[in-house]
Design a protein around this ligand. Structure first.
Ligand code: NDP
Length: 299
């Protein structure tokens, strides 16, 4: 297949590109760093810096590009960048696809579990795909990102929206940031520790993407493991896996001082369940947190 992927150079994108190259697909990446792409995949992946440079037809589009949500405090300018890099880029994708008369077999467009809003631990009732969007910044960002992709439904046999939980892998994302502090015994419970983290092992994420490509599912799909964990459980499980104590709790007020509005990502959460994947028969290799972390840190 001819696959176009935006954000293909990112933590998640690289894993998908690696596996699709191995499976013999023809991959094009939209990236601001074409030299990096050439080096990373030894010329086996085509890189373009704008949709205008694309030629020909694509079977599948995966749309993941976006500035890192947890990279910096959410100033007004940062919020603009977080929105622009996703929503405007998706508008450009739509404009190119309709201008060039593309007819995709499937489009997988990005979103996140933040779509549902964020909740204190005790308010984190189970969320399924049919639940509605929240009101906070992250929720509006996800909802607008999903809306921007909607016109692709008319240009594709199927449009899927990936409401992705925190992806646990070695090469990036949250675990890469936590590994050093936790290895030093400086990990700890955040706030009251009751907030819920909906996570997914990177292998399950990639397997689920391939499963979705072969299915006939459309619409939103929660990309999370079936057993979300509280912050307290996550903290203790990670510390145990690394055989270190979790010594340094981060009180809520300190998280707010340090991270401002972005502290929502740490102090609140959402209990998101993968109803679609499970109803369609997807089997998780890592449904439970402890074996997932053990696998990731045993290599
Ligand atoms: P990364 O931050 O690792 O990669 C993001 C990609 O987006 C980069 O490859 C980059 O491409 C591209 N990008 C960043 N900023 C811009 C910009 N201003 N304009 C154009 N492209 C840009 O993200 P992940 O792989 O971790 O995640 C992929 C997507 O999935 C993201 O949108 C993220 O929000 C979402 N997601 C991720 C989760 C996770 O746990 N990792 C959880 C939920 C959602 P380049 O530099 O080559 O141009």
């Amino acid at each position: 297949d001819a696959i176009l992927i935006t954000g293909g150079t990112g933590f998640i994108g690289q894993m998908l590109v690696d596996r699709w190259l191995a499976a013999g697909h023809r991959i094009t990446v939209l990236s601001r760093r074409s030299a990096w792409v050439a080096q990373r995949w030894l010329g086996r992946v085509q890189a373009v810096s704008s949709f205008d440079e694309l030629s020909g037809r694509f079977d599948v589009v995966v749309n993941l590009a976006g500035e890192g949500i947890a990279d910096r405090r959410w100033s007004a300018a940062r919020k603009q960048a977080l929105r622009h890099s996703r929503i405007d880029l998706t508008h450009n994708l739509v404009a190119w696809a309709s201008r060039t008369g593309q007819r995709f077999r499937a489009v997988l467009s990005g979103s996140a579990i933040g779509y549902y809003g964020s909740f204190a631990g005790l308010d984190a009732y189970p969320l399924h795909e049919q639940d509605s969007a929240g009101q906070d910044f992250a929720a509006r960002l996800c909802a607008d990102w999903e809306d921007a992709a909607q016109p692709l439904a008319a240009l594709s046999e199927r449009l899927l929206v990936l409401r992705t939980g925190v992806v646990l892998g070695q090469q990036g994302g949250m675990l890469k940031r936590l590994r050093l502090p936790f290895s030093l015994g400086l990990g700890g419970v955040i706030g009251d520790g009751e907030q819920v983290l909906s996570w997914i092992h990177a292998d399950d994420y990639c397997n689920a993407v391939d499963f979705l490509l072969q299915s006939d599912i459309t619409g939103p799909v929660n990309m999370t493991a079936p057993h979300p964990a509280s912050n307290r459980d996550f903290t203790h499980t990670l510390a145990q896996t690394l055989r270190r104590p979790a010594l340094a709790p981060l009180p809520a007020f300190a998280a707010k001082l340090l991270f401002g509005e972005m502290s929502d990502l740490l102090l609140k959460g959402q209990r998101v369940l993968p109803l679609q994947l499970q109803e369609q028969g997807f089997e998780f290799a890592y449904p439970q947190l402890a074996p997932a972390l053990q696998q990731l840190f045993s290599r």
